[in-house]
Design a binder for this molecule. Structure first.
Ligand code: GDP
Ligand code: MG
Length: 352
């Protein structure tokens, strides 16, 4: 890696500081740190076996809150669907942070299909599940890959949302599926962030490009793409700093990273994934608003679903940002990520 040790200048005129490229583990044998990935990798079709139960487990807090609440509406054998019932149902739905518009849509659908009937809890849940699924259906779910050469993925979001952890999990799954991955430690403001990503690279057995402390994040991004090209990597995933979205500095920095990456590969970045913290509930929406325009996001990773009773927040996120939810974070372990699937999600959310 000799070229990474000298100070050079890229096309955009940004100074490239010395960058360390580490190969953190051998290509073979060192990849199963936490046990090998199950058949339910993030790209696998969901609804089946392992992934569904994992999603269901992660959504248990939200589901329990919802189901307990909704179950309360059913005193005896059934319940008449009238205005009173619909009003009570609405107030239960809203507690999952799904937002007024989504709760209204679900309530209206229940009214339209079941009004004036005496229904069981199961019937209502089935109706709600179907409606939720139709609200969550989206066109694209998988990663958009470059047609040729490395696919470059930028990962953005506020501090603590789960960026670095999500990168580690995603990189692991791509690596397990046979793709050559390079990580870029673009959050150079916090030494701990670089260390954290370096630990992930070690567990996975992939390369990582790191800058000196306080290095220009754009130079790290540039060198990461450069490295990906020179070793013919399939995917480069670049971590970024996540200060508050109100800081114009941050947005300018993200724009600079984009420009620098684009100079290297004109179709890059191929994905800009916005990581949102599901435990933040409705606050995740203001986080998304701060990033989605400036950073040119192409998809969402909804992290920490497992710790949240507010999984319903996915509905207003889908509705307001028109961005596909690509992955969901289901825990802190190396396998705790799944490709988003509307049907599996809706079912895991409401199935009794
Ligand atoms: P960043 O600042 O955006 O890079 O966030 P980190 O990746 O450092 O994550 C912040 C904290 O959230 C860490 O303690 C992670 O272990 C934790 N975390 C990230 N993703 C998940 C998840 O899907 N589930 C759970 N339970 N914790 C997570
Ligand atoms: Mg981080």
């Amino acid at each position: 890696m000799p070229q990474s040790k000298s100070t050079t200048s890229n096309d955009a005129g940004n100074e490239i500081r010395p960058v360390d490229v580490q190969t953190t583990a051998s290509q073979s044998g060192a990849t199963s740190a936490e046990g090998s990935s199950k058949s339910s990798g993030p790209q696998s079709k969901s609804g089946s076996g392992g992934l569904f139960s994992k999603m269901r487990g992660a959504l248990s807090k939200t589901r329990q809150a919802l189901n307990t609440d909704i179950r309360d509406l059913f005193k005896a054998e059934g319940r008449l669907v009238d205005d009173k019932f619909l009003k009570e149902l609405f107030s239960r739905l809203i507690r999952t942070d799904m937002g007024v518009a989504s709760a209204e849509a679900i309530r209206d659908d229940v009214a339209q299909r079941l009004r004036a009937r005496v229904v069981s809890l199961e019937e209502v849940l089935e109706t709600i599940t179907e409606q939720t699924q139709s609200m969550l259906i989206q066109e694209s779910t998988g990663l958009q890959y470059a047609e040729s050469g490395p696919t470059v993925i930028l990962v953005v979001g506020v501090n603590g949302s789960g960026k670095t952890t999500s990168i580690g999990k995603l990189a692991h799954h791509l690596h397990q599926s046979g793709q050559k991955v390079v990580l870029g430690a673009g959050d150079t403001f916090r030494a701990a962030a670089v260390e954290q990503l370096t630990v992930w690279a070690g567990r996975i057995g992939c390369e990582i490009v790191t800058g000196k402390p306080e290095a220009d994040p754009a130079s790290v991004a540039y060198q990461t793409v450069d490295r990906a090209l020179s070793i013919d990597a399939d995917v480069a995933i670049i971590d970024t700093a996540g200060r508050l979205q109100t800081q114009t500095n941050l947005m300018q920095q993200l724009e600079k990273i984009r420009r620098v990456v684009e100079k290297k590969i004109d179709t890059a970045p191929h994905e800009v994934l916005l990581v949102l913290d599901a435990t933040a509930g409705q606050n995740a929406i203001s986080q998304a608003r701060g990033f989605s325009d400036a950073a040119g996001c192409t998809g969402i990773v909804l992290a920490k679903l497992d710790g949240s009773a507010k999984g319903g927040v996915i509905l207003p996120i889908r509705e307001q940002f028109q961005l596909p939810v690509k992955f969901v974070g289901l825990g802190e372990g190396i396998d705790d990520i799944a490709a988003f699937d509307a049907a599996a999600f809706a079912k895991a959310l409401f199935a009794p």
